[in-house]
Write a protein that binds this ligand. Structure first.
Ligand SMILES: [Zn+2]
Length: 474
């Protein structure tokens, strides 16, 4: 298609500004729902590029939408900008070296994710204006992907109700169309309330909330043998009841993350975990209070859009990494285990190629991979709007997500090239859809057929609000 050259050129025209944006956001890593500075950077860029801006989407202060164009179909391009705790790391250094005074780091590459999506939206805006085409492009600045399920709240608030198709991406070892596989999940905090007492002088008067948490964990660990294949449960201690072993712990809190293939498997599992919590409270004569922090649906595929994005990927080919890129990437790859590297190949259905450090191919969407599947709040968008995502090569092959190695590569030359490359893929996909209404019609029909038997039910109950305080330690 002859549109490709023009849309790629429009991405190239503005790439330097957006690389600088990604680098600035890398340098201000902010956690779930506290992305104030990063969001302000994205708003400033939207203003500079002439988008119409909606703030405080779904009553979330760091959720924004920028829109451009008139009438016609609405294409949403989704970006993120949240970071992770404990993953601070100097840029470009292939050994663990946290930055003093900052615990957070962009260990999932969301500095690149947001910037590439905003660059793609800007190029589509410029393309529509230059060609006098009807159609609107929207950039969705989505916070709190790392556990906050912000997109689910945005869906629930109706922010996607007039969107025709949605496009996004995630950094990865290899470039290709993202396989629409992810687990539905939910996070629930269980707070046990007991009674304090002197642990030696009056132990019989105390009722330990910490005991309750421990018994709950034991109960859940016994349940693991009897879960559906592929289900996952993890927990983190938020409050162990204090530092004094001589005081019976009156309050303790554990956060559970429960995952399963889809909501029909997840919901019964949640009910069983709740029963175990009640059992632990009964055994210890404590009380338990629960609060749902987040919930996401599994990803829904969309064959017409996946084909369209695959065509765009084949047309553009892999990113053009040079010897300097490979030299630095090799240093990071040398810090990885053989198993890390093998897992990246396995996930994309590829044979391990020893000595290869950066992606030099487009992974076919036909191959079936294997291995670990996570969760994403793009899942909820994909149930209500035809959605497609790319994987964009931005790191040494095998780099695990949520690692210091990923943070350390977030400002490298090859990460920047990957950012520009995937922006072209997304912008090209959007322009193709805007130019041919049959594509949008078939994408909608595909989603309708997939959800005919099981319509979307938001996993977030109506009374659950975004956990804007979830990154604040208590
Ligand atoms: Zn991520």
């Amino acid at each position: 298609m002859q549109n490709s050259e023009e849309i790629w050129r429009r991405v190239d025209d503005k790439k330097e500004e957006f690389i600088a944006l990604a680098d600035r956001v890398w340098g201000m890593p902010e956690l779930c729902y506290t992305e104030t500075k990063s969001c302000a950077e994205h708003v400033a860029m939207l203003e500079r590029q002439g988008f119409r801006i909606t703030r405080n989407v779904a009553d979330i202060p760091t959720a924004i939408i920028g829109e451009a164009g008139e009438d016609g179909p609405v294409i949403a391009i989704l970006g993120e900008y949240d970071a992770l705790p404990g993953l601070s790391q100097e840029a470009g250094i292939a050994e663990p070296r946290p930055i003093a005074g900052n615990n957070n780091g962009h260990g999932c590459g969301h500095n690149l994710l947001g910037s590439a999506s905003l660059l793609a939206a800007t190029a589509v805006k410029d393309y529509l204006a230059a060609n006098g085409l009807k159609g609107r492009v929207r950039y969705y600045g989505c916070p709190a992907e790392e556990g906050g399920a912000a997109k689910g709240f945005m869906v629930r608030s109706g922010a996607f109700k007039d969107v025709d198709i949605a496009i996004s991406w995630h950094p990865a070892s290899f470039s290709g169309v993202n396989k629409p596989e992810s687990l539905a999940n939910t996070r629930i905090d269980f707070t046990f309330i007991g009674r304090a007492s002197h642990a030696a002088a009056a132990p019989h008067l105390g009722r330990s909330a910490l005991d309750a948490v421990e018994l709950m964990n034991v109960g859940v660990n016994y349940m693991r043998e009897h879960m559906p294949d592929g289900a996952r449960i993890h927990y983190a201690m938020l409050d162990g009841g204090g530092r004094a072993p001589n005081v019976v712990q009156a309050r303790a809190k554990v956060r559970y993350l429960i995952r399963a293939a889809d909501l029909t498997q997840l919901n019964p599992l949640i009910a069983r975990v709740r029963k175990i919590a009640e059992g632990a409270a009964l055994m210890t004569e404590t009380k338990v209070e629960t609060r749902m922090v987040s919930a996401v649906s599994n990803l829904m595929g969309n064959t017409p859009l996946e084909k369209l994005m695959d065509d765009n990927l084949m047309r553009i080919g892999p990113p053009d990494f040079d010897d300097a890129d490979k030299e630095l990437a090799a240093k990071f790859q040398a810090t990885l285990s053989k198993e890390d590297i093998a897992a990246a190949y396995r996930r994309h259905g590829l044979k391990v190629e020893p000595g290869k450090v950066l992606c030099d191919q487009i992974v076919s969407r036909e191959v079936t991979g294997g291995g670990g599947v996570g969760s994403t709040d793009v899942g909820d968008v994909s149930w209500v709007v035809p959605t497609v995502q790319a994987r964009g090569a931005t790191c040494a092959i095998g780099t695990p997500f949520h690692s210091w190695q990923l943070t350390g590569q977030g400002k490298t030359g090859y990460a920047h090239k990957g950012l520009v490359h995937v922006a072209k893929v997304m912008a090209g996909t959007a322009v193709d859809a805007l130019r041919d209404e049959r594509i949008i019609a078939s994408a909608k029909e595909d989603l309708r057929a997939r959800t005919a038997e099981t319509p979307y039910i938001c996993p977030l109950p109506a009374d659950v609000k975004p956990a804007l305080d979830m990154s604040v330690e208590d």
